[in-house]
Design a protein around this ligand. Sequence first.
Ligand code: ATR
Length: 271
Amino acid sequence: QDRYAVLGNPIGHSKSPLIHGLFARQTGQAMDYEAVLAPEDGFADTVRDLVARGYRGFNVTVPFKRQAFDLADTLAPRARRAGAVNTLMVEGGRLAGDNTDGAGLVTDLTRNLDQDLAGRRVLLLGAGGAARGVLQPLLQAGVGALHIANRTAARARDLAADFADLGAVTGGGLEDLAGGQYDLVINATAAGLGDQVPPLPDDLLAPGAGCYDMMYGDTPTAFVRWGRDHGAAWTADGLGMLVEQAAESFRLWRGCRPDTAPVRAQLRPGG
Ligand code: ATR
């Protein structure tokens, strides 16, 4: 059996072992996938120990994506852009780092939610690691214009400048949003952890607009509820993104891409 693991702290509630277990069964791949709690100050040692024991690859989650970036011997271009690694592949004793989060988001939007991103006015809320991680795939999906709005405006402006070579991307503060309208609003802030939404204008959504929360939960997230209350034509949380980033990691490791639809259905509350 080839062995894989997801590393995080905490890790107990990770859905990744379930997701990859379902992928492995569906595709007939002989592999084990487990959750491993790495000590806050012991990420690199934990990875080295698992590599020595023959593990073939890892997913990396909070709070270690930046440390995985630093640890990787090689980086995929999209991981370099993201400044973070969520997928490690062991290749001849060396660690190749990649980041499948942004691809997971774009696949969920385009394939599962049937959203044509071409020409759309997209608003990305937040300018931290989660926002940075999805910018390259979003811009490469051909969005018309992408604006980043953040509580700390300077952070959004800096982030936009870092990606300006990839497309029309601007940044600013939440207070500058008044008067603007968007076809798609993506929440990449951590406000939802406290069941909150950043302060947003009531008329932010253009007719037909959608709200996508990169967070997910067993009950509707605060941002999904905000969208429903403000006329969104559709809303979605980040469970689809979670499954799609996992499928992309699985493809990198195993060379085959699982069908995510039955897995997404199984993970839905009551599904
Ligand atoms: P992550 O890796 O989850 O992106 P992060 O790098 O700490 O974590 O970034 C958190 C993001 O959520 C930031 O954009 C942060 O805004 P600031 O840059 O102004 O700190 C945003 N955020 C967190 N709590 C928030 C809140 N209550 N309201 C609005 N934005 C919030």
